[in-house]
Every structure is written in structure tokens, then in C-alpha cells.
Design a binder for this molecule. Structure first.
Ligand SMILES: [Zn+2]
Length: 182
């Protein structure tokens, strides 16, 4: 697990020229939008950003992230810890026009002079999050509705409720009359 926080701003030209590599931890400060998803016992996500230039002279930032987040299980609605993994190559361009020229496999990252690594990481995490989360099979907590149904069926067996039903009282009277006549 990485402990040093990721730097916030990076000069694009310098980073590309040096093929700079930044590794750091994303915590509540770096990704405020997702701070509630961080696992309390290990509240950081590792991220590595590498700058470079491809054969076509396009500047890029390769972003890799790995960590764990807490999501809501879609079966039992209880918290479930999920692995997140992100891996993308962002082509750094000054505007939409240049974004259209990017090679296949490069997603546009519109930036001039500087890149805000925290903002990039937050966006990449949003893309890396699973759309739906579930506990592994058989590990969900039983939903509350199950327990309620069980106690209701136990109650229907009681005699108190049957006596309240006028028809059941009537039918038992008719039955006993019939046996007397025979
Ligand atoms: Zn569950």
C-alpha cells in the first residue's frame, strides 16, 4: 500500500520530457466526492500516473489504480467491500479539436500547461467503480422481511385468531349438530 499522497498539480511539459512517474495514495482529501466509499480500516486507494509521448508525438498520462471501496450490496443492501482497478491512457490535449486527432486507445484529457492529478484520479475512480455490487453467493445477510414472515406464520397457528373468525365458529357448530343427529 502506498502512503505518500499524490501530488496535486504537475507541469505537463516537464513531466512528459522526464517521463515522470508519480505514485501515491488517494484519500478523503484527494477524492472528496468518494470519501464515503473508502474502507475505514484502509482508507486509501493506490494510484500511479506515468507521463510520456507516443510514436505519433502525442503526450499522454497512463493512470493505474488499485484499492478497495465499500459499496451497497444490491441483494441485501448491506455494505460490501469491493476491489477497484483502473487502467487507462489519457492523451493530453489543449482542446476538443486536438482530442479528435488522438490515436486509438487514448482518451482525451483536456489540459493546458498543468494537469490536476487529483481531479484526474477522481474521474478515473468514477469510471473504475463497479456499476452494481453483490456479496459472494450465500454471504448476504438475511433480509428483515424473511424474519417477519416467519413470526406471522407462527401466529396464525394460535387458537385466538381462529375464534375471531365467525365462519369457522359457525362451521364447527354445524358439524357438531350433524354428529348429534346420527
Ligand atoms: Zn449482500
Amino acid at each position: 500500500m502506498l502512503t505518500a499522497p499524490l501530488p496535486i498539480r504537475v507541469n505537463i511539459r516537464k513531466a512528459v520530457t522526464r517521463s515522470a512517474r508519480y505514485a501515491g495514495a488517494l484519500g478523503a482529501e484527494q477524492i472528496p466526492q468518494f470519501k464515503d466509499l473508502l474502507v475505514p480500516e484502509a482508507p486509501t486507494i493506490d494510484v500511479v500516473v506515468e507521463f510520456g509521448e507516443n510514436d505519433e508525438g502525442q503526450q499522454y498520462a497512463a493512470v493505474e489504480m488499485q484499492g478497495r471501496v465499500v459499496l451497497e450490496c444490491q441483494r441485501c443492501l448491506k455494505p460490501v467491500v469491493c476491489e477497484v482497478q483502473g487502467n487507462s491512457r489519457l492523451g493530453i490535449v489543449p482542446g476538443d479539436e486536438q482530442a479528435k486527432q488522438l490515436s486509438a486507445g487514448l482518451e482525451p484529457l483536456i489540459a493546458i500547461d498543468e494537469v490536476d492529478l487529483w481531479a484526474v484520479a477522481e474521474e478515473e475512480l468514477a469510471l473504475a467503480l463497479p456499476v452494481v455490487a453483490y456479496h459472494p453467493d450465500g454471504e448476504c445477510e438475511p433480509p428483515k422481511s424473511d424474519r417477519r414472515e416467519r413470526s406471522e406464520s407462527e401466529e396464525t397457528g394460535s387458537t385466538g385468531q381462529e375464534a375471531e373468525n365467525p365462519f369457522s365458529v359457525l362451521s364447527s357448530l354445524l358439524d357438531s349438530d350433524g354428529t348429534k343427529e346420527k
